[in-house]
Ligand binder design. Structure first.
Ligand code: RIB
Length: 305
């Protein structure tokens, strides 16, 4: 693949996506406003949903029509069985997920009346994903047109997956963690949001589209083959690639719940690239889909029992 326009349409892309990432059971609490430290507030509603960045991204890719597998670690418990059933129901094949000894990952997701969230995760089994899981799934990883990974699982597993990949490697550096140069050198496309871009650049989040572009350009000076796709919420996304820079704005939307909007974007982006779309078209499709997702409740919207 020539990274330039990334990828060339009609050059053998078959719509296969492998996602490497986390699976959580999300306990979602809807609130009028978030509590301050020491304060108690009442939820206006609760739900138990399929979540985790990996699961959300895989569901998004499958919904976009990609043949999708998720390489993950899931506990041998009821939450794990519920998550497996939900993933199967969404058309996602689960790979490498030998029953982990730790409980399935979980998240407490609080969403306020403005649709803004606060999330606390308990990694559980996600923290056990390792090179052996990746080795088990190696043929699948090698056959994928796109391998998409995020950072709610150990970085060692992510590096192993990118090493086994023959297709495009997309890193969603979420949640915001410091990212090493070695990891950035192992990927073709990196997809930070504002906070993650700031974290990678070693500064605060960008205050404007222009400053996001400047930060992405600075990153590209250290990693000249890298395409930086930064998501900027209501301002859409920027693509800063070897072929040039583009701003793809988002249409105005009434925000209901921002949870998983980034995951929806990444899954759609991966599916589009896997079907041979060029980068800017894939990003445009991701921006449109993420806008739809913030207009409804829940990351995947898939309820568990
Ligand atoms: O990105 C949203 C996700 O972050 C939630 O589904 C939660 O599980 C956490 O992983």
């Amino acid at each position: 693949v020539t990274l330039g326009e990334l990828p060339e349409a009609g050059s053998g892309y078959s719509g296969r996506v492998v996602v490497v990432g986390s699976v959580n059971v999300d306990t979602v609490l809807h609130l009028e406003r978030h509590p301050t430290p020491g304060e108690t507030v009442a939820a206006t509603g609760t739900a138990r949903l399929l979540g985790g960045k990996g699961a959300n991204q895989a569901v998004s890719a499958a919904r976009a029509g990609a043949t999708t597998a998720l390489v993950c670690a899931i506990g041998d418990d009821q939450a794990g069985r519920d998550a497996r059933d939900a993933l199967a129901g969404a058309g996602v094949a689960v790979a490498g997920a030998a029953r982990a000894s730790d409980p399935t990952g979980s998240a407490l997701v609080m969403v306020d009346g403005a649709g803004e969230n606060m999330i606390v995760i308990t990694p559980g089994a996600n923290g056990l994903l390792d090179r052996d899981h990746i080795a088990t799934a190696a043929p699948l990883v090698a056959a994928a047109d796109v391998v998409l990974a995020s950072l709610e699982v150990p970085v060692d597993a992510v590096l192993a997956a990118f090493a086994a990949a023959t297709g495009l490697r997309v890193l969603n550096p979420a949640p915001a963690e410091p990212v090493t140069d070695a990891l950035l050198d192992a990927v073709d496309v990196v997809t930070p949001n504002r906070h993650e871009l700031g974290r990678i650049a070693g500064t605060g989040p960008p205050s404007s589209v222009e400053s996001a572009v400047a930060m992405a350009e600075q990153l590209r000076r250290r990693h000249p083959n890298l395409a930086v796709v930064a998501t900027l919420g209501q301002e859409g996304a920027i693509v800063v690639a070897p072929t040039g820079t583009t701003h793809l704005p988002a249409a105005p939307v009434v925000v209901v719940d921002t949870t998983g909007a980034g995951d929806a974007f990444n899954g759609r982006l991966a599916a589009e690239l896997a079907s041979g779309a060029v980068l800017n078209e894939a990003v445009r499709a991701g921006v449109v889909y993420a806008s739809e997702v913030v207009g409804r409740a829940g990351a995947t919207g898939i309820r568990l029992r």
